[in-house]
Design a protein around this ligand. Structure first.
Ligand code: FES
Length: 105
C-alpha cells in the first residue's frame, strides 16, 4: 500500500504506507520534511497537510481536538487536516496529501 506526498518544492513522492500508522508517521518515516513537533499528541499543528480534493471526503471526520488545533495553523484551507490524527488503513491506499507550508522543516 502507498500514499503520495507532495513536498515544498511541488515534487510528489510515492511512499510505502503501513496499516495502523498515522499519515504523519508514514511521512516522517519516509524521511520527508514534516515538522510534527509534538510527535503526534495533537498539540502543535505542525503536521498540517492539504488533502487532495477527491480524497478529503473519504477521510474519517475530525475530532474536537483536531479542530481546535487546526485553528492554530497559519493558513487553513477547506482540505486542511492534521496528519497525526489520520490513521492509515487499506481504504486510504493511494491517498494524496501535500505538506502545508507551516509544517515544512
Ligand atoms: Fe503535533 Fe500532529 S504532530 S499536532
Amino acid at each position: 500500500m502507498k500514499i503520495f506526498v507532495t513536498d515544498g518544492h511541488g515534487v510528489e513522492h510515492e511512499v510505502e504506507a503501513q496499516d495502523g500508522w498515522t499519515i504523519m508517521e508514514i511521512i516522517r518515516d519516509a524521511g520527508l520534511p514534516i515538522k510534527a513537533e509534538c510527535g503526534g499528541s495533537c498539540v502543535c499543528a505542525t503536521c498540517h497537510v492539504l488533502v487532495d480534493d477527491e480524497w478529503f471526503a473519504k477521510l474519517p471526520e475530525k475530532n474536537e481536538e483536531e479542530i481546535d488545533m487546526l485553528d492554530l495553523a497559519l493558513e487553513v484551507f477547506d482540505t486542511s487536516r492534521l496528519s497525526c490524527q489520520i490513521e492509515f488503513d487499506k481504504s486510504l491506499d493511494g491517498l494524496k496529501v501535500k505538506i502545508a507550508q507551516d509544517a515544512l522543516m
